[in-house]
Write a protein that binds this ligand. Structure first.
Ligand SMILES: Cc1cc2nc3c(=O)[nH]c(=O)nc-3n(C[C@H](O)[C@H](O)[C@H](O)COP(=O)(O)O)c2cc1C
Length: 187
């Protein structure tokens, strides 16, 4: 099998529209029905929903307290529009930091799960994010476990990375399979 990977010249939000275009194309080719996207504010989740209306879209935010105790960063205006579009928005414990972040913040060092995260970042921030949000969505019971899905992530804002994968739950983390990279930043 031969297929193309779209490599972006730089990471970041400016790649968002192209990623969504590539995801739409590959979704149609493979008949994929579920897309998981990282969207802190809801902005990118909404963009995906506006461009792709024939898939189940799950939009994942940062956990409450990521920036400020007790606060979600989800923008209420995007939240409302996402609801109207039938997008499921989910906020939960980050699968690739979790309580481990609390341990390393207090005692220093790194927990094994944070080392997994850093290893995935050797591809791109977005690859780590794709894996993390897929586990989070799987553990919330929001995505199919026996068919391929597409995950979309990025570098701080917007998206620059997309993969085709088969999900796993956190208790079988290493069963997760990344089948294809659709796009990622090259640097
Ligand atoms: C659970 C979660 C974890 C994330 N982790 C990272 C990360 O490790 N590195 C990074 O650059 N961005 C990270 N992000 C940001 C996303 O990759 C993406 O750029 C962002 O959610 C887009 O949000 P927006 O729609 O508000 O622009 C994370 C987002 C979420 C929801």
């Amino acid at each position: 099998m031969r297929k193309d990977i779209n490599y972006f010249e730089s990471p970041g939000e400016h790649n968002t529209d192209k990623v969504i275009e590539l995801v739409r194309r590959r979704k149609d080719e493979l008949g994929i029905e579920t897309i998981v996207v990282a969207s802190v504010s809801g902005k990118t989740g909404l963009k995906v929903a506006e461009e792709i209306d024939d898939a189940r879209i799950v939009s994942i935010t940062h956990h409450a307290g990521f920036r400020e105790k007790g606060k979600l960063e989800l923008d209420p205006s995007f939240e409302e529009k996402l609801k109207k579009k039938g997008v499921v928005t989910y906020s939960g414990t980050h699968a690739l930091s979790g309580v481990g972040r609390g341990i390393s913040n207090k005692f220093g060092g790194s927990t094994p799960v944070e080392i997994i995260a850093e290893t995935l970042r050797m591809f791109s921030q977005g690859i780590k994010v794709c894996v993390e949000i897929t586990i989070m969505a799987a553990d919330a019971g929001l995505i199919p476990m026996d068919s391929e899905i597409i995950a979309i992530g990025g570098t701080a804002k917007g998206v620059d990375t997309a993969v085709v994968l088969k999900a796993a739950h956190m208790n079988n983390f290493f069963d997760l399979r990344i089948h294809e990279i659709i796009a990622m930043p090259r640097p």
